[in-house]
Design a protein around this ligand. Structure first.
Ligand code: ADP
Length: 437
């Protein structure tokens, strides 16, 4: 006889892998036991024992029709699991193009849920104040800058040149977009709900909601309690668990982020070239620890870079964490891209780093930090990870997770997936210290 498994309450659809762990991390910190799946599980009928499920997709920059199809598949599976509310999670910098995919996916989810009470209306709220993403009068700020003045204006795939989220979203959706301004949010959940009703009466189906602090997210969270669908960055996760009484101080949170004890060898694989990662790599090397640089031009020339990296790691990994990195400054990346092409450079490096990650795990690494969003996606795939248990937070947006991979012989692998710009300077040493504590 199998034990009764309570149905999950919240079902999330995330448009990328590091974004998914970021969201799961915020849910866990609020006391919800959370499981992250990579896509929909192969065994669709198996019940998941968790309070929240996060389905990680890689749908941010694919064709809108594919993003819609994958998201609807995830929705169907989550509803079969019995979830009460669905959370479409995108980046806190609202990464999208005029074609999508935030608008088209939101439209499709709204349409699919429109038979439920309140199913015809949702919010859009990428705010994550702890990571300096705030919304005021519908405009998204990154730190003190408007989104359109931040580095996001030069993003290679999703350049964000307009900070006005109502305008940006209206270009991507067939539905009318409205705004709940800060003066209303500051009055609390009841005032926000009244504003939702007024917007609905005007024919609005998606409301951008201002938020500049965690307290705002808590009020918004209470206001969306009866909405079958919410769309947001990871920040809103701070405001939802209270609706199921998960925010009892202490006890619940202590339960939700428990992972099996960590063992085995330790390594970092870094393919992120973001500013924060460059500083973290430098800090790790300066602290006297062993590191190995992967040269993209050597890979392109046919050298056995993976073999060399693994032979090197074999000598050093018994003495403590080792770092294998392709991380480089922008000038060097641009030079490599000029020689190999942007896409090929990225692919070659991702392929090499994911093979190295697999080789490290086969050689006994059981605590692995991966830096870079695309890099993390490649490593998770190479290790054939299907599900991630979410543990304690290392830094905002980055938790430790526990996974299984065919490469680790039945043992638990602890993994942390760090999105490029997240984490403090000492992230690579701090992460392992935390696991040992
Ligand atoms: P981030 O989260 O910082 O954006 P990603 O892993 O998502 O990091 O993206 C970094 C991309 O740059 C990957 O495709 C990676 O393979 C590629 N890359 C890493 N190092 C180099 C390098 N030295 N030269 C060119 N491309 C690189």
């Amino acid at each position: 006889m199998s034990a009764m498994v309570a149905k999950p309450l919240l079902g999330c659809i995330a448009d990328d892998f590091t974004g998914a762990t970021d969201l799961a991390n915020n849910l866990v910190r609020s006391g919800m036991r959370t499981v992250q799946t990579i896509g929909i599980p192969e065994d669709e009928s198996a019940a998941i024992d968790a309070d929240a499920i996060v389905v990680a997709l890689k749908s941010r920059t694919i064709a809108p029709a594919d993003a819609v199809a994958q998201s609807l598949d995830a929705l169907r599976w989550l509803r079969a699991q019995g979830v009460q509310q669905v959370y479409f999670k995108y980046c806190s910098t609202f990464d999208s193009t005029p074609e999508g995919n935030i608008g088209p996916v939101t439209d499709a989810l709204l349409d699919a849920l429109s038979d439920l009470p309140n199913g015809e209306f949702t919010i859009a709220c990428p705010a994550f104040p702890e990571n300096q993403r705030t919304i005021f009068n519908g405009h998204l700020f990154v730190g003190e800058q408007l989104l359109s003045d931040s580095g996001m204006r030069n993003h290679p795939l999703t350049p964000m040149t307009d900070a006005n989220l109502v305008r940006v979203l209206q270009l991507q959706t067939k539905h009318k977009v409205g705004l709940v301004t800060y003066d209303v949010v500051a009055q609390g959940a009841r005032a926000i709900r009244e504003r939702f009703a007024a917007l609905k009466a005007e024919g609005v189906r998606i409301a951008v909601v201002d938020a500049v602090s965690n307290e705002d997210l808590i009020q918004i969270g209470a206001a969306v309690q009866d909405m079958p669908l919410v769309t947001a960055g990871s920040g809103l996760a701070i405001g939802l668990p209270q609706n199921w009484q998960f925010n009892e101080p202490g006890a619940a949170a202590a339960r939700a982020d428990r992972l099996p004890p960590a063992a085995g060898l330790r390594a970092i694989v870094s393919g992120s070239c973001s500013q924060a990662t460059n500083v973290q790599v430098l800090h790790f090397m300066r602290s006297g620890r062993a590191s190995f640089a992967v040269d993209p031009l050597a890979i392109a020339a046919g050298d056995d870079v993976v073999g060399e990296a693994l032979a090197w790691a074999g000598e050093h990994v018994l003495d403590g964490p080792v770092l294998v990195y392709a991380t480089a400054e922008w000038a060097s990346v641009k030079d490599v891209q000029a020689q190999l092409g942007v896409a090929r450079a990225g692919e070659l490096v991702e392929e090499a780093l994911s093979s190295i990650a697999l080789g490290l795990v086969e050689r006994g690494v059981r605590q692995l930090v991966v830096a870079g969003g695309e890099t993390s996606g490649a490593v998770v795939r190479e290790l054939n990870v299907r599900q991630m248990g979410i543990g304690p937070q290392i830094d905002p947006g980055v938790p430790w997770t526990a996974v299984h991979s065919p490469a680790c012989a039945g043992e638990t692998l602890h993994m942390a997936l760090k999105s490029g710009n997240f984490g403090t300077t000492d992230f690579f040493t701090k992460a392992f210290d935390q696991l040992a504590a």
